[in-house]
Design a protein around this ligand. Structure first.
Ligand SMILES: Cc1cc2nc3c(=O)[nH]c(=O)nc-3n(C[C@H](O)[C@H](O)[C@H](O)COP(=O)(O)OP(=O)(O)OC[C@H]3O[C@@H](n4cnc5c(N)ncnc54)[C@H](O)[C@@H]3O)c2cc1C
Length: 315
């Protein structure tokens, strides 16, 4: 299979989801190839980053391609796919990917599967995604190519090293563009992407009254605070801090779950963390089924003690 992964970049940096798409591509390509595609004005340096995980890299450059624009990007991608027909086109299940993927699928006249969270290649390609707002997971057998997939960020983190060859193509969009790039609005300072944090202190409903202490602990551990859905819904933390099927998938080195029951909708977003430590006053809480270490305790009582221990060590 020829599996193309459409890379994302902004302000000179590759979005890590691009490398995850290549990990996914390498997992399912069989005897075929994993091929990264990057679109921009000057993308040589970024192409070499992608080449470390791909069999081939297509660098589509041109003065009208400097900034992301769904019209110009879809146009030049389709120009490439006309000459180099894909079996699968992978995009991140990000704002950019969710915008580009249907444009490509319509023009390629092919099926699309969004928010893919798993894949296997037993007797054909099977991809998994949630349905009914996360209540069920389905396996879909893809028996038609090409097919466009958007892949959830943070799922396919493990990959192999390759040394792909880079092919540069100068391209211009085939039609005048109706939309134009205006400006980049930077997120406010201090905003954190929890899917990139190495240490996460996750606050559940049972630890909500101790949020301030949890934030202090996270900062002492150079980590980030995340939360379960009720904590986000109550407005204590921003939506982008939610972990779970309708939030982010995280795989930090340490995941400290405070007062979180362990509902599967939450667990699906953090179960692959390297080390899970759960604190809950209920010994039957399902979070203990996925935790490597469990502490049966009242978070309100434990957190101040834990904080003073960490502070002591930091001296
Ligand atoms: C379609 C759908 C999508 C969803 N998506 C998500 C999602 O992405 N992420 C998510 O998190 N949830 C999601 N949910 C909600 C999910 O089903 C659970 O309701 C939620 O995860 C529960 O959050 P919680 O564990 O913080 O709260 P609870 O289930 O109320 O658990 C609180 C826990 O804290 C413990 N506790 C209470 N007080 C203390 C204390 N003082 N010290 C120690 N422990 C204490 C309790 O024993 C309990 O185990 C979704 C639900 C649906 C239907």
């Amino acid at each position: 299979m020829r599996v193309f992964a459409v890379a994302e970049h902004r302000l000179g940096e590759i979005n890590p989801v691009s490398l995850e798409l290549l990990n996914f591509a390498n997992k399912i390509k069989g005897d075929g190839t994993s091929e990264a595609v990057i679109v921009g004005d000057d993308v040589r340096a970024l192409s070499s980053v992608l080449a470390g995980c791909a069999d081939k890299v297509w660098a589509l450059s041109g003065s009208q391609l400097e900034h992301y624009n769904p019209e110009s990007h879809a146009d030049v991608l389709l120009q490439l796919f006309e000459k180099e027909p894909p079996d699968l086109v992978l995009l991140g299940n990000t704002s950019q990917g969710c915008e580009l993927a249907p444009l490509l699928a319509v023009r390629l006249r092919c099926p699309i599967v969004t928010d893919v969270v798993g894949a296997s290649v037993e007797g054909g390609l099977i991809v998994s995604r949630y349905i009914y707002q996360g209540k069920l997971m389905v396996d879909l057998k893809l028996n038609r190519t090409p097919c466009v997939l958007t892949v959830r960020q943070g799922v396919f983190k493990e990959g192999i090293e390759l040394r792909g060859e880079v092919t540069e193509l100068r391209l211009t969009p085939s039609k005048p563009l109706r939309r134009r790039f205006s400006r980049i609005i930077e997120p406010e300072e201090g905003e954190i992407d929890v899917s990139k944090a190495e240490v996460i202190v996750a606050v559940g409903r049972g630890a909500a009254p101790s949020l301030k202490l949890a934030e202090k602990l996270a900062s002492l551990l150079n980590g980030a605070v995340a939360g379960s859905r009720p904590v986000i819904d109550s407005g204590l933390l921003a939506k982008d801090r939610q972990v779970g099927i309708s939030g982010k998938t995280v795989k930090p080195k340490v995941y400290l779950a405070l007062g979180i029951s362990g509902a599967f909708q939450h667990v699906m977003g953090m179960k692959d963390s390297e080390l899970i430590i759960a604190v809950n006053k209920d010994p039957q809480a399902p979070i203990f089924n996925v935790a490597h270490y469990g502490v049966i305790a009242d978070v309100q009582e434990l957190l101040p003690k834990l904080l003073s221990k960490v502070e002591e060590r930091r001296k």
